[in-house]
Design a protein around this ligand. Structure first.
Ligand code: IVH
Length: 675
């Protein structure tokens, strides 16, 4: 090991101080003084020096937050000063009674000052600092004995490993709440969903699950945060004499408290704080289940003392719970403006967070399967923040015998068209885009848009009006409205009606490519529409094409082909197209130019793995020039799979389906000699 020069020791200590200070400015004071890049530079320099001089690494170095190996189990920690709980109040009257009891006990008529703080819904923890260094952290447990979670608490960026300044008590035990913000929670669940892992039902469970990880490297990746709200054991130093001043003092040492904390005068002040925070509850970045009032004077707190496990000097004033149990009566499917089907739970009405909830979203079929939700189940409904109520989970233990599995309908509940759900896609959609009432506005807006039929003046507001007034049901109806009907609409006069009629007339003369694009078929953008138009030349040819025929069009793979074919299979959609042509919409039609036959016409290949002779794009281009199609996934229609080095799951699928596999040498021979 290298000897440690004094200059290095000094630089290391200097860097640690700077990093600690910037952490403090960022997490506690909420006023960073340097950019992230500058911070990273300091951090990397410290890492570099510590790597060169491993002897200089100390446990409280900011580089050492994560690193410890997984534990076999958590050790027990006994709380010298027990961690108490709070008694609850649910109404203003109870707060008035609480305040009265306190004044009676203290024999005073003076209004009592309270420290009013949000009650975060997380986990209580105790952190022990000796000589300003974090030496142990524990969960509350049963209040007397908790679990040693030091390794995990150290990974929370807003927890100082060393306290700021030097005027702290020799022994300082601080208490606070570990929690997860709504954003952190959603982000974490999104990642879990992507990886097909289990999601957490709410931020509290997510925070608890993360803190109780035996592997601190996992905890380090979870967005945990902390606010401190009190102290336990304090020795070798003194604290201020009020709760409010104590919180300020903690902050000066780098231990942050909730900035929403405030002072309240008497029961009245408490209740107005409760109402104020209640109004903002949904927009706070984290979930709270109430507010806490604590007698501000620590001297009075000592006089009041405790009853059983709760202090007489504090109370939690709770808000209505954001989760409730209720019965799932039925599931219906709603069709959105893009045709997406959303399963909606019909519930036995229940009050959640102060609002009666009888419907809740089930998101999509994947969610239903993952959560294993069935009709007749007792479920947990959650309404938090400004999100729509959702079914968070099922109480499987209470599942009745006849609970029914939820099935995706085969036909659209609004228009009766087919429902299409792509393989491995969460969302199912109604394919009757031109006809379906749920998709009306969207369909007309798209049809009229600039790159489609470009009907100038037929904007969103007007579409809204004509659909709401029942004047237009399907897009062809726009060509049937009279001058009087247009002129009679809001913010329309005769002049604008005339202009619109002119624009409508002009739009009738279009191109096949624009018309195909205007139909709003899923996955068919302008480029695909142009390819389809060029390939088929006539609309009827396109309408009559099957999926195999569609896949012969450049750049059209199985997914797009499926959407196009399904769209034209719907009688309803074909009716609307017929009506549009009757109304006079037309375009030049031509027979497709028969392309010279190519050696690999009609064959479809799939590429997987890395080739040495060329990139995947080059391979694709070469195949396409020879007339072959290159698809993204393997099906029984695939001619062959070209497998380079470290091929993916496509190779397995090919083997399963009995599709021929070509290695790179065979592939190169095919390109050389395709006939
Ligand atoms: S004071 C003796 N203050 O609520 C005082 N608790 O039911 C004990 N909590 O276990 C706690 N925010 O997890 C206090 N500002 C706050 C709080 C708070 C959340 C939690 C804490 C405690 C529980 C008490």
């Amino acid at each position: 090991m290298k000897a440690l020069p004094k200059a290095v020791t000094e630089e290391i200590e200097q860097l640690r101080r700077e990093i600690d200070t910037h952490n403090y400015l960022y997490y506690v004071m909420d006023s960073p003084r340097i950019t992230d890049a500058e911070y990273d530079r300091l951090f990397r320099r410290l890492q570099e020096l510590e790597a060169q001089y491993p002897g200089a690494v100390t446990a409280d170095s900011p580089t050492q937050r994560v690193g410890a190996a997984p534990l076999p189990e958590f050790a027990e920690v006994r709380h010298e000063v027990p961690m108490l709980s709070l008694s609850n109040a649910f109404s203003g009257e109870e707060i008035v009674a609480f305040d009265r009891r306190i004044r009676e006990r203290l024999q005073t008529d003076e209004p009592i000052k309270y420290s009013a703080e949000p009650k975060l819904d997380g986990l209580a923890v105790s952190l022990l600092y000796e000589d300003g260094r974090l030496i142990r952290a524990a969960t509350r447990g049963d209040g007397t004995t908790g679990e040693d979670v030091t390794q995990n608490i150290r990974t929370i960026q807003s927890v100082p490993l060393r306290l700021q300044t030097t005027d702290f008590p020799k022994t300082l035990e601080v208490r606070g709440e570990v929690f997860m913000t709504r954003r952190g929670f959603e982000e974490m669940n999104r990642k879990a969903r992507e990886k097909g892992e289990k999601e957490f039902a709410n931020p509290r469970n997510a925070a608890a699950g993360s803190l109780r990880q035996l592997d601190p490297r996992i905890t380090a990746q979870r967005p945990l945060e902390i606010f401190f709200y009190g102290v336990g054991k304090v020795e070798g130093g003194a604290l201020p004499e009020t709760q409010g001043a104590m919180l300020q003092q903690l902050r000066s040492w780098g231990l942050r408290f909730n900035p929403e904390s405030s002072l309240a005068n008497g029961a009245e002040g408490c209740i107005s704080y409760y109402e104020y925070i209640g109004r903002r509850r949904d927009s706070l970045p984290y979930e709270i289940d109430g507010v806490v009032y604590k007698v501000n004077s620590l001297k009075l707190q000592r006089e009041l003392g405790f009853v059983s496990r709760a202090p007489r000097w504090a109370v939690a004033h709770k808000y209505p719970a954001q989760e409730q149990q209720t019965l799932l009566l039925d599931v219906e499917f709603q069709v959105g403006r893009t045709g997406a089907l959303t399963p909606v739970a019909r519930l036995q009405p229940v009050s959640v967070g102060g609002v009666t909830v009888s419907n809740a979203t089930l998101h999509n079929m994947d969610e239903i399967e993952r959560k294993d939700i069935r009709i007749g189940d007792m479920v947990i409904v959650r309404r938090a923040g400004d999100v729509i109520p959702e079914v968070a989970s099922v109480i499987v233990d209470r599942r009745p015998d006849g609970a029914k599995k939820i099935r995706l309908p085969k036909k659209c509940p609004v228009c009766g068209s087919d429902i299409l759900r792509e393989e491995e896609e969460a969302v199912a959609r109604c394919i009757g885009g031109l006809y379906c009432a749920a998709q009306r506005k969207q369909a007309i807006r798209h049809y009229a848009s600039r790159r489609a039929l470009d009907i100038e003046g037929l904007g969103d507001k007007l579409v809204e009006q004509v659909v709401d007034a029942g004047l237009v049901k399907h897009v062809d109806d726009v060509y049937r409205l009279t001058r009087e009907q247009w002129a009679g609409l809001e913010r329309m006069g005769e002049k604008s009606a005339d202009n619109l009629l002119q624009a409508l007339e002009k739009s009738k003369s279009t191109t096949l490519s624009r018309f195909i694009y205007a139909l709003g078929i899923r996955e068919v953008g302008e480029a695909t529409a142009a390819n389809l138009a060029r390939h088929f030349g006539r609309l009827d040819k396109l309408i009559g094409a099957d999926e195999a025929g569609l896949q012969e069009v450049p750049d059209i793979g199985p997914v797009v082909a499926q959407h196009v074919a399904a769209f034209f299979r719907q009688d309803h959609n074909r009716d609307v197209i017929q009506q549009l042509r009757r109304a006079g919409v037309h375009w030049p039609e031509q027979d497709p130019v028969a392309a010279a036959p190519k050696p690999l016409d009609g064959r479809t290949y799939v590429l997987t793995g890395t080739l040495t002779a060329m990139t995947r794009d080059e391979a694709k281009e070469k195949l396409e020039t020879l007339g072959a199609k290159v698809a993204g996934s393997v099906s029984k229609n695939t001619t062959g799979v070209v497998a380079g080095e470290s091929p993916g799951s496509k190779l397995e699928k090919a083997e399963k389906l009995g599709v021929p596999v070509l290695d790179e040498a065979q592939f190169l021979r095919l390109l050389q000699n395709p006939g």
